[in-house]
Design a protein around this ligand. Sequence first.
Ligand SMILES: Nc1ncnc2c1ncn2[C@@H]1O[C@H](COP(=O)(O)OP(=O)(O)O)[C@@H](O)[C@H]1O
Ligand SMILES: [Mg+2]
Length: 423
Amino acid sequence: MLHVKAGEFMLAEGPLRVKLLEGEASICGARCREGYEFLLVAEKAVTVEALTDLRLEVHGGLEAKLEKSEKTVPEEWLSVVEELAKGRGTVMLVGHVDSGKTFMATYIANKLVDEGFKVAVVDSDVGQSSIGPPATIGMAVMEKPEPFLNELKMEAGYFVGSTTPTGHLLPMVVGVRKLVDRARQVADCIVIDTTGMVFGGPARALKLYKAEVVRPDIAVLLERRGELSHLAKQLEALGIEVRRIPASRWVKPRGRGERRALRERAFQVHFKRRKPREVELDLTSTPLIGTYLGSGVQPSGLREEVKALLGVEVLYCESLPEGIVAIIEEKVAPRQVEVLRRRFGETIKLLRKGFEKGLLVGLLDSEGLLLDVGVVKRLELEKSRATVTTPLEDLGYVRAVKLGSIRLNEEYEEVESLRPGFL
Ligand SMILES: Nc1ncnc2c1ncn2[C@@H]1O[C@H](COP(=O)(O)OP(=O)(O)O)[C@@H](O)[C@H]1O
Ligand SMILES: [Mg+2]
């Protein structure tokens, strides 16, 4: 049992379970009352501000911490909230990994909810997702104060299919815009969270074009040592208001391994808790998209010709305007691929039997939005059939199947990341 005096701040680091026995607290900007209970996993931290005297029940693991701290929300954050409240606007947060983006996004959203606004959060972090599973962009409406974004229900989603934006910049930008459009129909204020990818050409491009396509009223850049000045300059030149704010000093740093563990847990929670089932999809009525597979034609004799040229068993073959797709039994030498190139064209997609097992897929509706994700068991292209494990109950709205570029094993752990464009 722990007593905290009104006005004090406590920094909590997981693994920890805290129950508010008495009093009122603000957690990540969300007012929480008597009876509220939360669980923090090892990689997460949060501050509890005592709005009144508090009595807490605390159960912690070995590395847990719960200690008195200073206020971890700088004054500048409030002026961002005020500005948004005035204009019912959109804010986009940008910063390197562990700069406190998600914490700040949660805080801003809660403060706006507290002021009576309808707030939507668009989570475009496909690696450390809070809304929807990893590899997707998710939008949720915050109806009441909520200290943890992952408790929100995804209202709309967009399937990117990768847990990093590298090589997937187009779906990232398109997805954010589609979900922001949707959010603007239902909410007064929109908070956009982003991935920590800010260095290098693709990262710079992603942040610039994402901002350009959604035109936030404020872009918050969370910086350690001025590393986002390039973006600040460009966004200001485009007429977007920029607030450069120091990155959070209260982050519990997470290594690559910890981020991976968090991601895997997120996949497991998404799939296992929702009792996925195996379903068959007819690829004639719900075609594959975002892949060469299934996009060509199957002229008679093609399979035999490819088989003769390669000297290995060919299980399936289709002709594309720019080459061919073939599923083969065993590996072939690069010089044999050259032979096919000369005969059919530049694009030769040779896939080994079983390549599809474990691929993450998005089941999409008629607007191209995500109904739910699934994992491929079997693709039988010659029969236009896909067998997928998914928690989606009603398949009636599925219009397309989008192939992702990561592979999960039976435990929903990410075991492989395919080269962008490979399929
Ligand atoms: N100002 C802060 N006060 C308390 N905890 C914070 C603060 N900033 C970040 N954290 C905690 O540190 C961890 C990492 O921060 P997060 O916001 O997820 O970073 P990012 O989204 O930039 O990767 C989270 O558990 C978060 O709650
Ligand atoms: Mg984050």
